[in-house]
Design a protein around this ligand. Structure first.
Ligand SMILES: [Zn+2]
Ligand SMILES: [Zn+2]
Length: 103
């Protein structure tokens, strides 16, 4: 737990789409795409990471269709707390984002 980490504080600024004991999935406040966040501050082992990604994929498939998304594991803003985005195929932001279509 890091005091100044936005993902540790886990404020419910957007709707949560999934939560369990080791992760939660919510819309990213910037991208508005589904984002899975590990509850632990740090980086998981690969087998844990695969399980977390599976939650994200289920929610992304409901939203964008089975082939309508890709998982973006790059942590741009918060590199030391594991999270991953599911983005619409061929895009970066969800159409709900103010930034959609600007990049
Ligand atoms: Zn954190
Ligand atoms: Zn984002």
């Amino acid at each position: 737990m890091a005091d100044d980490c936005m993902l540790c504080s886990a404020e419910r600024v957007t709707d949560w789409l999934h939560e369990d004991d080791d992760c939660w999935v919510a819309e990213c406040i910037v991208c508005r795409t589904p984002m899975v966040v590990w509850r632990t501050h740090g980086l998981p082992e690969p087998h844990d990471e695969a399980r977390l990604i599976a939650h994200l994929e289920r929610i992304a498939a409901e939203r964008y269709g089975d082939d309508g998304y890709y998982v973006d594991p790059e942590r741009r803003r918060i590199p030391d707390h594991w999270h991953a985005h599911a983005r619409p195929a061929g895009g970066f932001f969800d159409p709900a984002s103010e930034l959609y279509g600007k990049y």
